[in-house]
Each structure stands twice: as structure tokens, then as C-alpha cells.
Design a protein around this ligand. Sequence first.
Ligand code: 5GP
Length: 112
Amino acid sequence: MATLFTKIINKEIPANIVYEDDDVIAFKDIAPVAPIHVLVVPKKEIPTINDITDEDALLIGKVYRVIGKLAKEFGIDKDGYRVVSNCNEHGGQTVFHIHFHLIGGEKLGTMV
Ligand code: 5GP
């Protein structure tokens, strides 16, 4: 089912877009938890990590390639950053269109 990220992809609602190509879009999170907080989103509507198929392998690889490029662009590649993807209720997922939080710009607390 289409989520608000589809509306952002289709430019039906505004977002601070920092990267876009045919397959992937990235925009600033509306409620950042760190100085840099970008959501990197494959345009294909995949609800959760559980729904990723073999045919999505290249797409997910591309997402990580974009994350690396953005980290460099934002100047956080050397100091480091965190990538988070929440899945379903216990993981804290609220938008059911897979996305990867790129978080950095400060020393982050240990999570795992
Ligand atoms: P999740 O909780 O599913 O892992 O992450 C969803 C993220 O989407 C949250 O960090 C939330 O702040 C962000 N978000 C929710 N609504 C909007 C919106 O309308 N615009 C943007 N840019 N981010 C949003």
C-alpha cells in the first residue's frame, strides 16, 4: 500500500530532497535525531525488510552505494555514522515503505 514516502517520491508532498535517481531518493528526516539525519529510500514500494526478494538485491546494494556517497557529501564518512532500518512493530517501524536512516554529524551513543 502506498505510504507518505510514495507521495514524497511523486512530489505530492514536499520534502528536502538531497539525492534522487531513477531507483532511489533521499531526503532529510522531518524529526532529526542527529545533525545529519537523512532517509534513503528505494522508490520501489517494498513494505518491510521481510518483503525484500532476490530480484531486489541490486536495488538494495544501490541504496548502500547512495548512502556512502551521501556520507561523503555531508562530510561524515571519515568520522563515521550509523545506518538504521527498522522492521515492523518491535523494530519501531512507522512508515511501511523500506528506508534506511543515515544518521551522523556527532558521536552517537552505543546502540548495539
Ligand atoms: P521509521 O520509524 O519507519 O523507521 O522511520 C520513519 C521516519 O520518517 C521517522 O524518522 C520520521 O521522523 C520520518 N517522517 C515521518 N513523516 C515524515 C514526513 O512527512 N517527511 C519527512 N521528511 N520525514 C518524515
